[in-house]
Design a protein around this ligand. Sequence first.
Ligand code: SF4
Length: 236
Amino acid sequence: LTTNGIGLITQAKDLYDAGLRRINVSLDTLDEAKFEQMTRRKVLSKVLEGLQEAQRCGFDPIKVNAVAMKGFTDDEIVDLAKFARDNAYQLRFIEFMPLDADDIWGRNMFIPGKEIINKIDAVYPLNPVDMNGDAKHDPAKLYQFDDGKGDVGFISSVTEPFCEQCNRIRLTADGQLRTCLFSITETDLLTPLRAGAPDETIGDLIIEAVKQKEAGHQINAVNFVKPKRNMSMIGG
Ligand code: SF4
């Protein structure tokens, strides 16, 4: 489950009892004022308590997904690494991508993954983890802390696209199949499902959609087209 973590304090136990074990919490800042500015809610403490509750329940791993933005949260990169190390969360830094609701993405706010790695490495030395076998489909490049206190991942989708290895498709909450985060078209599965279409028909629709899967995003191309629906609308 990927979540903003606000409801974990009350729901973590039920989710765990229902069989869920792996959880990703999106948390870009540890600063209450910045958190409120970003999310329009004053609930940072709830998220932090929710993370603790998830740990108490036994979730493993607990991943914290963070997006660093230049001039806004870049001064917290090392703080977030310390926070994750101290609490045994697996931190993942994701490069800021043009899927934001406020349409503020731009090179002036963008920090390359490499720069984030260097900032952490200067304080907490890092060693790259060999990623072969199934791990090569993992979008995060993992680094272990040299002192053995956990690891940190970097998802550098913009500067080091891994689209050639991508085996992901996603189904939105409103029944649309997307074959890429940056798809500008979707395959409607909701309508045929509601009309009682047999499994074979739905299967054929999925196969046809996957055959058209994008070769990759075009973020760095001049003809890049930002998808109409932002990250929060397509399921994070
Ligand atoms: S193909 Fe699309 S979904 Fe897959 S890694 Fe590239 S941008 Fe992400």
